[in-house]
Design a binder for this molecule. Structure first.
Ligand SMILES: [Fe+2]
Length: 454
């Protein structure tokens, strides 16, 4: 999931660790001890009683005994804390150390350094294939059918991810089919797909977040005039990139509190865990590992895992980085309410100004999501209440809307096509976005935000 968001909402990874004792030992949760790690220094309880000698190896039995005795926290030497990660080593042998499979990662780094995987985008543009619907609502039953598809796809994706996490070998073709299927839906009616995404309430789970990120990424890639091959690459990597989060302990992933430095380091390992899972997926395009590896890099070099900058980050990874952040911001998290779409956009515009995210990708997101995103409820200057149903070409401040209520509050007929209109053609303006229940606004000044090019 979005590390840019995690970083922004939680303390910096180099924040000070928990309580220091007089002897510089650090309080550490027993549940977070990593089985198999050898200790350089002894472990003591909070009263200074020796629990495990130096050079001992942490075992499941040792953790069980401590927890059975009601010991939930022990004191560790800071150097042992540095070598410790949250949660047990995954059962199929994934190391909690970010340097596992160094050969594979070295190959990826060489590919980035030499530009070997940054191919020229020469394919035919895809954008012109999209069917334009003008001032029309959605086809009857279309939304319900897409909601059903969304739910079934999440279930399928979740099963594929869990199979890969358990050491299985899911076929890359099945994942690619999900991309093809949704690409067809985007050609038929992109706005309807965006509308269904806007109304999906619970996408905090990994598979749901992956699907949101993949779909938004594909719409952005289409808008950015990428070739069909690159749009498919964005879709595929969006579906897969966060699979490594399954190896991050749930108490860290779903924490409703500030993460410790050690916990945040564990979150930062998820692209590496994903790479390890990808090695077992058959028929996966060669660029997929590279893009998945780079999704959390940042233009200013403060991302991970390598701190690459600007154009040393694959263009598809730059698109997905922003799609990931936006999907995370508008979704509920255990520690906050979801943001309103315009508040999420303003947040990302500010991040782009600091080169924390790619400015071109944010600009593309603005085109896609628009000033008044699809699914928003708005107040019109004639007093009527309406819902944004379609984008309207370059008229970002005047999307196609469907009237929901007359000025006196009388509900309208949802099937009346004459109530789907382009406000600019009737000299009507959108004066206000109405917050939806359970969403959180943020104060932000649009005038203070300027998008700079990298
Ligand atoms: Fe991620």
């Amino acid at each position: 999931m979005s590390e840019s968001v995690v970083t922004a909402e939680r303390p910096a990874p180099n924040a000070a660790p928990a309580d220091q004792t007089a002897r510089s030992h650090v309080a550490f949760k027993v549940a977070d001890l990593v089985v198999g790690r050898r200790l350089r220094f002894p472990i003591e309880d909070s009263a200074g009683l020796l629990l495990l000698a130096a050079e001992s190896v942490i075992t499941p039995r040792f953790k069980q005994l401590l927890l059975a005795r009601g010991v939930e926290e022990i004191m560790l030497s800071p150097s042992d804390v540095d070598g410790m990660s949250g949660g047990e080593t995954p059962s199929r042998g994934l190391s909690a150390d970010t340097t596992f499979d160094p050969a594979g990662i070295t190959i990826l780094n060489e590919m980035i350094d030499t530009g070997r995987l940054f191919r020229e985008d020469t394919g035919a543009k895809f954008k012109d294939r999209l069917i334009q619907h003008g001032c029309k609502g959605f086809k009857s039953g279309q939304q319900q059918q897409l909601v059903q598809k969304h739910s079934e796809t999440c279930t399928r994706l979740d099963a594929l991810m869990k199979s890969a996490a358990a050491g299985g070998n899911p076929g890359g073709e099945e994942i690619a089919n999900i991309v093809s299927d949704y690409l067809s839906e985007l050609v038929l009616d992109t706005d309807c797909v965006l509308d269904v995404m806007a109304h999906t309430k619970d996408y905090a789970e990994i598979a749901q977040h992956c699907l949101q990120m993949s779909l938004l990424g594909m719409v952005m890639a289409i808008d950015a005039d990428m070739s069909e091959a690159d749009i498919r690459l964005v879709g595929l990597c969006g579906l897969i990139h966060d699979w490594g989060m399954t190896y991050v302990p749930q108490h860290i992933r779903m924490a409703d509190r500030v993460l410790t430095r050690v916990e945040f380091l564990e979150i930062q390992k998820h692209p590496i865990y994903t790479l390890e899972m990808l090695r077992k997926i058959k028929a996966i395009p060669s660029q997929v590992p590279l893009v998945c590896y780079q999704v959390h890099e940042r233009p200013n070099g403060t991302g991970y895992p390598r701190g690459r900058r600007g154009t040393n980050i694959h263009p598809c990874a730059r698109i997905l980085n922003v799609a990931d952040a936006y999907a995370a911001l508008v979704a509920p998290r255990p520690f906050r309410q979801p943001l309103e779409p315009y508040a999420a956009l303003e947040y990302l515009i500010r991040q782009a100004a600091e080169r924390m995210v790619d400015a071109d990708a944010v600009r593309t997101l603005l085109h896609v999501v628009s000033q008044f995103p699809i699914g928003s409820t708005v107040q019109l200057s004639d007093g009527r209440k309406a819902r944004v149903v379609r984008r309207n070409g370059n008229k970002y401040s005047s999307p196609i809307v469907q009237i929901l209520e007359e000025a006196d509050g009388t509900p309208t007929d949802p099937l009346d096509e004459s109530l789907v209109l382009d406000p600019s053609e009737q000299n009507i303006q959108i004066v206000k976005v109405l917050s939806s229940a359970g969403r959180e606004d943020v104060e932000a000044s649009r005038s203070s935000v300027v998008l700079k090019r990298d």
